[in-house]
Design a protein around this ligand. Structure first.
Ligand code: E4P
Length: 235
């Protein structure tokens, strides 16, 4: 399922979903804030339910907004109940490296059948451990990894090999897209899914040379039409 859309914008989701080219949606608190979602948890619930309805049965990821162990479980169970296609995002660890999160992931997946997307990961080994904890999706942030001076493709190659070697169920999502090239490059390196921002999808579809070619076709089509009309007028 190669392309997810990384946005909380309903118009963008509707546009690309109608084209049939996306297979899911991912959000995070920063994305929802940028999209102007207000009204606290009720506002988030309303927006996520709208997205989930729009793209059902495709998966929609929404992230818990706490790092307290019990509160993470409470929010995850609540969010998962919003729609049948919800996936809950949990970060790999807490803001200071607290280690509660993988236990929470394992409990939610194994005991409560909640689909979890473990997020904010920067390396193959983090993702491997999240996969061992039973995560449905493991999210590595490609653009951020590359910005640190490493090539995320190397992490993706290692990670995909490990998941296949130990037949782990997790699907690799690579997010944090920065360039048009990221999509084919990261899928080629072994990611199951790239979650792409809407502007990059536009950048993939629209090519300046395609534009020039299409303009030529339309110009020449109009000339053919004009010639046909002129011939008819003479007869
Ligand atoms: C993906 O699931 C992430 O939420 C997202 O791609 C992060 O992107 P950023 O690095 O641009 O914040």
């Amino acid at each position: 399922m190669p392309i997810f859309l990384d946005t909380g914008n309903l118009k963008e989701i509707d546009l690309f979903h109608r084209m049939g080219i996306i297979r899911g949606v991912t959000t995070n608190p920063t994305i929802l804030l940028k999209e102007g979602v207000t009204g606290g948890i009720q506002g988030i619930e309303a927006r996520i339910k709208e997205i989930a309805r729009l793209v059902a049965p495709l998966p929609v990821s929404v992230e818990v907004m706490t790092n307290d162990r019990d509160e993470m479980i409470r929010q995850a169970l609540m969010m998962f109940s919003w729609a049948e296609n919800i996936v809950v995002k949990i970060t790999i660890h807490g803001p200071e490296g607290e280690l509660d999160n993988l236990e929470v992931v394992h409990e939610l997946e194994a005991k409560h059948n909640v689909r979890i997307n473990v997020t904010a990961m920067m390396s193959a080994q983090q993702c491997f451990l999240a996969a061992l904890a039973d995560a449905t999706y493991v999210s590595i942030f490609g653009g951020r990894v590359n910005n640190m001076g490493y090539n995320v493709c190397e992490e993706l190659i290692k990670l995909r090999k490990l998941l296949d070697q130990f037949t782990l169920k997790s699907q690799i999502i690579v997010g944090s897209t920065r360039e048009v090239l990221n999509v084919v490059e990261w899928l080629g390196a072994g990611a199951h899914i790239v979650t792409v921002i809407p502007d990059l999808l536009r950048g993939i579809i629209v090519h300046p040379y395609s534009k020039e070619t299409i303009q030529m076709f339309l110009r020449d089509g109009a000339k053919l039409e004009a010639m046909f009309k002129a011939n008819n007028a003479l007869e």
